[in-house]
Design a protein around this ligand. Structure first.
Ligand code: OSB
Ligand code: MG
Length: 368
């Protein structure tokens, strides 16, 4: 089968509140959206890139150029028997995995529509709902933090992730733990520390955390393997696991006890499922991370999280935690047991709100 036409859009969809990490601050979702057309059906994908290269090397601008100049023309020339063929078609492309994932996600959605099959069933999902938590950005004070966390707990979230950085790590974590002794709690440093901070980070062992996410450099595995024996809290890798090979290296080196799988970070759902299977074989739990996606990218994450080894809650919060209005007509809502329901409609289940999408589209082109 050939893809007949590809529509690309850059969007700007404001967040309900700015999101701040150890290294950057984001005010809006700046994803590139991909829409594939074939045989009377369509499929949607989201490359959830940020405005600057602060999380990884990609940006809204680089993904736009990569998709327009390289990836879209390439995929138009390939015969596809299924979504797995996309990864093979992009095998020669170096890095730029979030840009690639936009087309890969759209291909899964497209084939789901053509086959009348849901994304969760195509992937081999085993759950009808997935456990989720909320990622809480750096706040201006401990008081502000406790208020923000309190509101999420009241909304039903049973797992909280706190963004940490030097000067905002031990004390805010202690404050949350003292206020909510039984809350499932974890922290994320987004690559801000070095091995020299090992003793400082070991203070976090006192707070019964599920994990500490990506304390060291974004492209490091080696030093994480040296840090892990110095901590009781399991290290979870995010940024540095960009492919199944990187996951294998981390597992063999003992660099982490948990892996955060973001399908966008690894080029799509095919690689994400492979990492899930490898971690399962190694007895290492995984969970689904997030990139503050719209309802389009969120649907791919929810379907992935329905696989059996996703045994920790994901950073897949309800739409209203991010946006006043989403670009889908069926935004994800939080159930009282801190879960989201896994869609069972054909494809990802995301129903795009074309009218509002037009409103938040910054640039659009059609190729093919
Ligand atoms: O490191 O997990 C991260 C958001 C943007 C970029 C990186 C990260 C995050 C989050 C938020 O922590 C996850 C979400 O709620 O989508
Ligand atoms: Mg992270």
């Amino acid at each position: 089968m050939r893809i007949e036409q590809i529509e690309l859009r850059r969007i700007e969809l404001p967040f309900v509140a700015p999101f701040e990490t150890s290294g950057w601050r984001e005010e809006a979702n700046h994803s590139v959206l991909v829409r594939l057309f074939a045989q009377g059906a369509e499929g949607w994908g989201e490359a959830p890139v940020g405005i600057g290269p602060w999380y990884n090397e990609e940006t809204s601008a680089t993904a736009w150029v990569m998709l327009r100049e390289i990836l879209a023309p390439l995929i138009l020339q390939v015969d596809l028997d299924g979504p797995e063929g996309v990864e093979a078609a992009f095998a020669r492309v170096r890095a730029n995995r979030m840009a690639r994932s936009g087309i890969e996600f759209a291909a899964w959605d497209l084939f789901g529509h053509l086959r009348g099959q849901s994304l969760t069933s195509m992937l081999g999902g085993t759950r009808s709902s997935v456990d989720v938590g909320v990622s809480v950005g750096v706040q201006s004070s401990i008081e502000a933090l406790l208020e923000v966390v309190g509101a999420y707990v009241a909304a039903g979230y049973q797992r909280v992730k706190l963004k940490i950085k030097p000067g905002w790590d031990i004390e805010p974590t202690r404050a949350i733990r003292e206020r909510w002794p039984d809350l499932r709690l974890q922290v994320d440093a987004n690559s801000i520390y070095t091995l020299a901070d090992a003793a400082h980070l070991a203070q976090l062992d006192a707070f019964n955390l599920l994990l500490i996410e990506q304390p060291l450099a974004h492209d490091d595995i080696f030093d994480h393997a040296k840090l892990q024996p110095q901590l009781r809290t399991p290290i979870c890798l995010d940024e540095s696991i960009v492919s199944p090979e990187h996951a294998r290296w981390a597992l063999e080196m003992g660099a982490c006890g948990v892996i955060n799988i973001k399908p966008s970070r690894v080029g799509g759902l095919t690689a994400a499922r492979q990492i899930h299977n490898m971690a399962q074989a190694a007895g290492v739990p995984v969970w689904c991370g997030g990139m503050l996606e719209t309802g389009i990218g969120r649907a791919a994450n929810v379907a992935l999280a329905s696989l059996p080894n996703f045994s920790l809650p994901g950073d897949i919060s309800a739409s209203e935690r991010y946006f006043k209005r989403d670009i889908v007509t069926n935004p994800f809502r939080l159930s009282p047991d801190s879960t989201l329901s896994v869609p069972t409609e054909p494809g990802s289940g995301a129903e795009v709100d074309m009218e509002y999408l037009e409103h938040v589209t910054v640039e659009k082109i059609v190729i093919g």
